[in-house]
Ligand binder design. Structure first.
Ligand code: MD3
Ligand code: FE
Length: 212
């Protein structure tokens, strides 16, 4: 396993964690999975303004957002079907990198086309902040920014490339972060422009009975 670099307290970055062959196999699995659980366009709570990033999920729970709010739910917001299971490679990444954390319950699939971005935010829709979050990047490079637990804290930027893994634990679990832009055409993985980010999360408190 390549060595990790700690880019902020508790934020570990493995450059090129997935080799090209594994990236290709994972993309093939994701393309099939997205036929069952198509990408949808999330909307901002209250205003209904569409996100520039399209999304889907796999695993027991998926993150969705619409006029009603942000939440985790067990079904796709458009098809009403349960989310497909997480591919084995994704579960193995968690087992290898997330230490002794309990199994992830949700894997959010973010699709960035040209011009898509994600503003600076915190991930706080989970009930368990002790468990880490794991991100896997595929396709075009993202200019990713991470700061501290206050929006006013200074930030640093790194380029997340295809195959990179990022683990957020401890103080960085509640750090502000976002994606400023995608470097179109920087990867040949997806036979076209775009980026996929997979985010694995524990949603329910460790040891708690799942209720929703
Ligand atoms: C730092 N996604 O889905 S992944 C998100 O590249 C999200 O699609 C970005 O932020 C993306 O919520 C960033 C890296 C990441 C994921 C979760 C984090 C960084 C994080 C949670 C806390 C702190
Ligand atoms: Fe986030």
């Amino acid at each position: 396993m390549p060595a990790a670099v700690e880019i902020a307290p508790g934020c570990l970055w493995w450059s090129g964690w997935l080799d090209r062959v594994r990236q290709e196999a994972l993309v093939a699995e994701l393309r099939d999975l997205l036929k069952e659980a198509p990408l949808f366009t999330p909307r901002m709570p209250k205003t209904g303004k569409p996100f520039s990033v399209r999304m889907s999920n796999c695993g027991a729970l998926g993150w969705v957002s619409d006029e009603i709010g942000y939440r985790y739910q067990s079904t796709h917001p458009e098809t009403g079907r349960p989310w497909p299971p997480m591919p084995a490679v994704i579960r193995e990444a968690w087992r290898t990198l997330a230490g002794d954390a309990p199994e992830p319950e949700a894997c959010l699939i973010n699709w960035y086309g040209d011009g898509a971005r994600m503003g600076l935010h915190q991930d706080r829709d989970e009930q368990e902040f002790a468990a880490p979050v794991l991100s896997l990047s595929l396709g075009d490079t993202a200019v990713f920014r991470i700061g501290g637990t206050s929006r006013r804290d200074s930030t640093r930027s790194i380029r997340l490339e295809s195959g990179d893994a990022l683990l957020l634990s401890g103080p960085s679990r509640l750090a502000f972060h976002g994606v400023d832009r995608i470097v179109s055409g920087s990867s040949t993985l997806l036979n076209g422009p775009g980026r996929i980010n997979l985010t694995l999360r524990r949603v329910h408190a460790i040891g708690a009975a799942p209720e929703n």
